[in-house]
Each structure stands twice: as C-alpha cells, then as structure tokens.
Design a protein. Structure first.
Length: 186
C-alpha cells in the first residue's frame, strides 16, 4: 500500500517465514515481461516469478506457489487501487473509461520517452535507479510527470481528439500524421 505516513511494505509472510520481496521497478517490469511471455509454460512462469521476487526456491506444490504469487501480486505489486492505476500483464496502466478502450502508452515501447522524462522532470536516471527505486514510487512519479515532458507530449498526441468543423481539415491531417508517428505497436 502506498502511503506517506507508513513505510512501503516489502515483506511477505509465508507459513511463518518472512521473505523480502524485490520491489524495484526494473524487477517488477521483468516480472510482468515474464508473465506475458507465451513461450514459457505457466508452471515455469510461476516458479521463475517467485525466484525473481523473493530470491529463493519454495518447496511447495504448484497450486500453493500460485497462491503465494497471487498474494505477493495483489498484496504488494498491485495493491493500492485508489492511488495506483490497475495494470495489465505487461505492467501498463489499464485504459480509463472514455479513452476508447485503448492504452495511451506502453512502459516497454515508451521506455526512452519515460527515461528522458524522468531525467528532465526529476533529474532521476532510471538506469542508475535499477535495483533501488520501488515500483510504487516509480508509478507515482510516472503519473506525476509534467505536461512538457516528452512522454506526456507523446501520450497527449495519442489521446488528442480530432477537431471538427469547417477549416479544420489541415489541423486534422497534422494530428493524424503525428498520431501515426507515435502510435503503439499491437
């Protein structure tokens, strides 16, 4: 849970044993990437995800491991619905109603824009912060980027509505060209 008056939780209890969960943003992004890899069998995904998150092999059956992974996911990674956006399997925020059901960005595809925007707005080098910056802090900072950052400009282009009425054909054409340049790959 993300709150300013309590430390961010990074531990989970499993059968009386406390495990430290690696909540660094880069680890969580790799976790989402792993879960989205259709070439890796579900059982291997669960086992690898647990090793990524808690750093050790657990001696449980796969159903118990799946339950533990869900406990970590919903307890730490995607726990705060009111301040953190719901995320899809890749870690991208889920679409908001009124956005025609399309995601306005991809953390993976827009990585360079996100990196540049964190440097511009916060002076944070995300490469230097790998293994350090908590996933929940990363999401809060991403959400708080100023509108003049490259990332926010690209998202704005993607979500921009086309003008209607007389005399706006040239403007519509320009916006459509920009949308094509910055469109997300499926």
């Amino acid at each position: 849970m993300f709150t300013l008056f309590y430390p961010l939780e990074t531990k989970i209890e499993i059968d009386g044993t406390i495990y430290q969960v690696d909540m660094s943003f880069d680890n969580i992004l790799r976790y989402y990437d792993l879960l989205n890899d259709d070439d890796i069998h579900d059982v291997l995904q669960v086992e690898a995800a647990l090793r990524m998150l808690i750093g050790c092999e657990l001696k449980y059956d796969i159903q118990t491991k799946w339950s533990i992974l869900q406990k970590i996911h919903y307890g730490l990674i995607a726990s705060e619905k009111s301040t953190q956006p719901a995320v899809d399997i890749q870690g991208n925020p889920m679409p908001i109603a009124g956005n025609e059901g399309k995601q306005p960005y991809s953390i993976k595809q827009d990585a360079a824009f996100i990196y540049a925007s964190f440097m511009q707005d916060y002076g944070i080098d995300l490469i230097e912060e790998q293994g350090k910056l908590d996933w929940r802090k990363f999401l809060a900072l991403l959400d708080g980027l100023k509108g003049d950052t490259r990332f926010k400009e690209v998202v704005n282009i993607r979500t921009m509505e086309l003008p209607t009425g007389k005399g706006s054909a040239k403007q519509r054409e320009q916006i459509n060209k920009a949308k094509k340049v910055y469109q997300l790959k499926e």
